[in-house]
Design a protein around this ligand. Structure first.
Ligand code: ATP
Ligand code: MG
Length: 264
């Protein structure tokens, strides 16, 4: 085992030497990252740098080529079936587009994992769903609507209520505020912080939105060319001294990161 982090002696998630390629296209090339218990870590990186691939490897939706992902000290790389499900029971996930089922009312979307995954009866699951919806500021009327009837901000709230429905120990957020106006983005960020703290959960997020990054994370890690090239407290991000991080947070096209724009 490698040395423990300064933040917590037993990381909630410990990633070492994680590699993933699609054919010749190397996406993750030895990612090392520790996420302490109760910590909120944010991964930043350009479009196509492999942020979602990293998240999918942790969730067990993609199988890495090599490396290790420990969750509470347990190796999850190579887990299948019920063993994988057992680890996944610790996870909550807010997908980028909220990924709601339009054929189900809002409350059933929130209760889905409780009924399907945990075998909870529908009445109990509905009561819990309503409680979680209230926690994100949505009332019983909204619970009966179809997701198609909601605004983008409301969909995110429903996605958040679903992500926290089973009181997960670890919550993943993929671009939680992308596509929202700045005020709704702030509202969602506050709810995220409130929910994560309320559960005492550990959080791993991905975002392009630096305002959001500053609000929701304790620590930022930057992914570039398949590796974490910088990691530090969010409050230090403006003084990282790292030219890649500086270019990224200032959204500048000039610097060491060169966009590969394929001409048609
Ligand atoms: N299932 C897959 N099969 C083949 N290539 C894939 C697959 N999933 C992702 N990739 C490739 O991996 C690279 C990284 O993709 P990923 O979705 O992780 O990027 P990202 O950092 O999340 O970008 P964005 O910020 O645009 O969401 C891309 O080049 C993508 O084409
Ligand atoms: Mg992505």
């Amino acid at each position: 085992m490698t040395e423990p982090t300064a933040i917590n002696p037993t990381p909630k998630i410990q990633i070492r030497g994680l590699k993933k390629a699609f054919g010749d296209n190397v996406i993750l090339d030895g990612v090392d990252l520790d996420i302490g218990k109760g910590e909120s870590v944010l991964v930043i990186g350009g479009s196509g740098s492999g942020k979602s691939v990293l998240l999918k490897c942790i969730l067990g939706l993609l199988h890495p080529d090599s490396g290790s992902i420990l969750v509470d000290g347990q190796e999850v790389v190579g887990l299948y079936g019920s063993d994988l499900e057992e680890v996944r029971a610790k996870f909550g996930m807010l997908f980028q587009n909220a990924a709601l089922f339009d054929s189900l009312p809002v409350w059933e979307n929130v209760a889905f994992g409780l009924v399907q995954g945990k075998g909870m009866d529908r009445i109990e699951a509905k009561a819990l769903a309503l409680e979680k919806l209230a926690a994100v500021g949505l009332n019983e009327e909204v619970a009966e609507l179809s997701p198609a009837e909601l605004s983008g901000g409301m969909r995110k709230r429903v996605g958040l209520a679903r992500a926290i429905a089973s009181n997960p120990e670890i919550i993943f957020f993929d671009e939680p505020t992308t596509g929202l106006d700045p005020i709704m983005g702030d509202v969602i960020d506050r709810l995220i912080v409130q929910c994560v703290r309320g559960l005492g959960a550990t959080a791993l997020s991905i975002t392009h939105d630096m305002a959001s990054a500053r609000r929701i994370s304790d620590r930022v890690a930057m992914l570039f060319q398949g590796k974490i090239i910088w990691s530090g407290p969010t409050k230090d991000i403006d003084h990282s001294g790292n030219p890649y991080v500086e270019q990224f947070i200032h959204g500048s096209s000039e610097g060491p990161i060169q966009m590969q724009i394929r001409s048609l």
